[in-house]
Design a protein around this ligand. Structure first.
Ligand code: 0X9
Ligand code: ZN
Length: 456
């Protein structure tokens, strides 16, 4: 059995495919940790209900979770956003001088008590102006996603296979879909993960779009044919099937983010899977130790069964001491951003992340952003997170890992729930970015003119 490693414990060594560098870390330091402890304000496990919000208009709040969006004013710059995030609040959107958050009434009251100014969004973000309201039926369910995958396997047995890589807390299968023509041996592998956050349904649609595009393009589109002949592509369409199901099963959206795992000693449910990864877990004020928080990091790294399942899958791709997966995108919504590591520190370079690594991240990140109009940046430019997937993928596995925040750019486009009539456009919008990553995945350092140095 694998034992959990303390965040600052001894360095792990691993060899990144084709780079054969051994990356060492571990000296990130007590300074970071103590700063984190100073920053992290305790959150209450049992929240005291505050007064109801006097917001006019149709509320975007879900009937049973009471979670709605608020604008928090007077929050400018990454340090201020990180300080807010360190209270355990999940930031949905960054505006000029303010941010949007999702909170229930108790959480809103707690933040006000800390001195923050919160204004509930006046009306449902979606369903106003030109944007039509979304309904759960606009998106695939977990079950209908499975049916689409099964149909693709049946239709293209030589190209597509699906395997159960483990189970969620509630026992749903977490599946990985492999797309490859399997012509060549020793092909670079690329991983796409989707739906770590329950309410980010557009990301599951992205997985199904990519599956359809790759399978229908093989043999007809020269570029896709070449890629499937020379790459192995893995899609995990839903990392958090329990959360996705919970978010929509009542017929109304619940604005749920976490998984559905109970927490010992608390009535609060769920771990934020994107704070539960085993690198610098809980180090730096970028997650919460409170079970009731939207960014609860869990009792230990990989305590979320879904995190463990995906991490084990990634570790299983180490063959002959080499991680076969070279590049990865973790799809989220929203904001229209392309983010790269690290999230736990503002530093551009850090243990395990050299200037060349950073430059290659930025070069491919910017090339992808040029294709879809997203904003490319280091993830901590947004706010600090710790225990997030990209930091783990890079630091522990040597995988060039990007986080995409898909459509919309702002709450006015529907926030986490854009209408179904944008799905085709907003998934196809990432076609070129996906192909760019697939093409670069054999040598990410080619993007900075250093193929000979790193990839020969
Ligand atoms: O907070 C997250 O996990 C991601 N945003 S979301 O709205 N989808 O929840 C962003 C993670 C990127 N990492 C950092 N900002 N450090
Ligand atoms: Zn997310």
């Amino acid at each position: 059995m694998r034992t959990s490693r303390a965040p600052l414990a001894s360095p792990a060594s691993r060899t990144a495919r084709r780079t054969r560098r051994t990356r060492r870390y571990g000296a990130a330091g007590a300074a970071v940790l103590s700063l984190a402890l100073a920053l992290t304000l305790g959150t209450q496990a049992t929240a005291v209900p505050g007064p109801p919000d006097a917001a006019g208009g149709p509320a975007s709040a879900a009937p049973d979770t009471g979670i709605r969006q608020y604008e928090v004013t007077g929050v400018r710059g990454a340090p201020e956003r990180s300080a807010l995030a360190a209270t355990g609040t999940a930031i949905d959107e960054v505006l000029h001088g303010s941010v949007l958050i999702s909170a229930d009434a108790a959480e809103a009251e707690r933040l006000r008590a800390l001195g923050y100014e919160l204004a509930p969004l006046p009306a449902a973000a979606a369903g106003s102006g030109d944007v039509q309201a979304a309904a759960p039926s606009d998106y695939h369910t977990y079950e209908s996603m499975r049916a689409v995958v099964d149909a693709a396997v049946a239709r293209h047995p030589d190209l597509v296979s699906s395997q159960v890589i483990g189970r969620s807390h509630e026992g749903r299968d977490i599946i990985a879909v492999k797309v490859s023509a399997d012509v060549a041996v020793d092909e670079p592998e690329i991983l796409f993960t989707h739906n770590q956050h329950a309410r980010e349904h557009l990301t599951v649609e992205m997985a199904l779009y990519t599956l359809e595009e790759l399978t229908s393009g093989y043999g007809s589109d020269a570029r896709i044919t070449r890629l499937l002949d020379t790459r192995e592509i893995w899609l995990i369409p839903s990392v958090n099937p329990d959360g996705k199901t919970y978010d929509t099963e009542s017929g109304a959206f619940r604005s749920w983010r976490k998984n559905r795992q109970p927490n010992a000693g608390s009535s609060a449910i769920g771990t934020d899977l994107n704070r539960n990864w085993d690198y610098m877990w809980g180090c730096c004020g970028g997650s919460s130790g409170s079970a009731s928080s939207a960014t609860y990091r869990g009792a230990a790294p990989e305590s979320g069964p879904e995190t463990r399942v995906v991490a084990d899958f990634v570790r299983s791709r180490v063959v002959g001491g080499e991680q076969q997966i070279t590049a990865h995108i973790d799809f989220h919504t929203y904001g229209e951003l392309i983010l790269w590591p690290y999230g736990y520190t503002y530093a551009d370079t850090a243990p395990g992340l050299t200037a060349d690594d950073r430059d290659a991240f930025a070069a491919v990140g910017r090339a992808m952003a040029a294709s879809n109009g997203y904003t490319p940046q280091q993830s901590s430019d947004l706010y600090i997170t710790d225990g997030s997937i990209g930091d783990w993928m890079w630091a522990e596995e040597g995988i060039f890992s990007y986080t995409f925040e898909m459509y919309p750019r702002s709450a006015s486009g529907g926030g986490f729930y854009p209408p179904g009539n944008v799905i085709d456009r907003e998934t196809a919008r990432n076609r070129e970015a996906v192909l760019i990553l697939l093409e670069n995945a054999d040598c990410m350092y080619r993007s900075i003119g250093k193929e000979a140095q790193y990839c020969s």
